[in-house]
Design a protein around this ligand. Sequence first.
Ligand code: SAM
Length: 450
Amino acid sequence: MAVPAALIQSLQTATGFQKEAFEAVHESGEQIVSIRLNPSKPFNLTHLPLADKVGWSEYGRYLTERPFFTFDPFLHAGAYYVQEASSMFLWQAIQQLVPEKYGKKVLDLCAAPGGKSTLLSSYFNEGLVVANEVIKNRANILVENCSKWGDGHLLVTNNDPSHFQSLPGYFDVLMIDAPCSGSGLFRKDPAAVDEWSEANVSLCSQRQQRILADALPCLAENGILIYSTCSYSQEEDEVICDWLLDEMEMESQSLQIDKSWGIVETTSPAKHAVGYRFYPDQVKGEGFFIACFRKKRNEFEVKSKMKGLHFTSKLQIQQLQSAIKLPENLSYFDQNDTIRAIETTWLTDLSILASHLYIKKAGIEIATMKGKDIIPSHELALSGWFKGGFPTVDLDLNNALSYLKRKEFSAEGQKGWNLMCFGGLPIGWAKLLPNRINNYYPAEWRILKE
Ligand code: SAM
């Protein structure tokens, strides 16, 4: 695959660019496969061709080849996320810049399909992570991936960046993995070459400034901004960093980089902001750029406008708790016909966020109550909050795949609700009746491939 000549030309002045090696790695067609493990679901994944750890990311692992991920029930159970290795450098950045992670409020502004959000959720495991996606149908895949990841402190919203201005100074960490011209993914997705143009690089650069300007007010004083793209173009990378220092009163933050990683440190031409370039001929990963900043300027405190949540009645909570064993530190609220729960520590924040944003997923959906009947929710199955109440059934691979395809399958269980598991890891609910099994795997998430 040939990289556009105009891109090569524009990169001649980019720090660390090595033309021959860069072109050769694109022509080689070599593919690097990596996954990131879910620390909340520590399962034995020896069935995968696991190789070395990704040097800069605690839970990142390279694979020796690309398995057929769709047919691995562990993927659907949220035991791991298929993520390009360079992107996992985010772990390194937050580990160095936000070592005190307890109680932090984090916004991932451009979040779909959820690679960085699930990483942030694992790191800030005692914080609140808001994964936002402006495009409605992309917000659905974000909900799916976040639900599978299973963390109750990972919320999903569907808002325009400007909507976050109503939450001034609210977040401690703001991640902006901006929409970009995508040159960093040429090796993985050669079709992206056809969509690349210099005009699009300029358009992306302007859009990146707009997104940043819209969202920055919601970052607290001293809060950390992490800006990244999968573009090599300086207009989308170093030039944006200059603008952030020049016009947005941000302060550049540098990171400790292990030389063996092959990551190139770069500085912006005017203000010398530090950024990090990932070239696929020098790192074991795809093209990527990341730069970190601290916000100097003070912002007004967020006006604590709070939307009254509709709390679940005591009677219903009692009914629920007599059927399902759940953690003790939860607060319950109703949404449409369902009962959801969030850790009580985050209840006030949820009310604040709900009064300003369109929330697609808050906490964990626990169940639907139909009179005295309790229908356990899929999010509950995947959350780790289910501590008992219904029996569990471990399926073999064939039955697990039939279950995930929402087809007929067989399971030896007790009558009524059963938690379907694979390799000990929950994958969803089924109701066992005397002469059939009702499969409750969400229709929209079922495996379609045969
Ligand atoms: N962070 C994601 C991950 O790691 O999985 C990838 C994000 S992708 C690079 C950029 C995202 O920005 C896309 O989901 C895209 O829909 C969204 N986006 C596009 N235009 C946008 C805009 N004007 N404002 C905010 N987000 C936008």
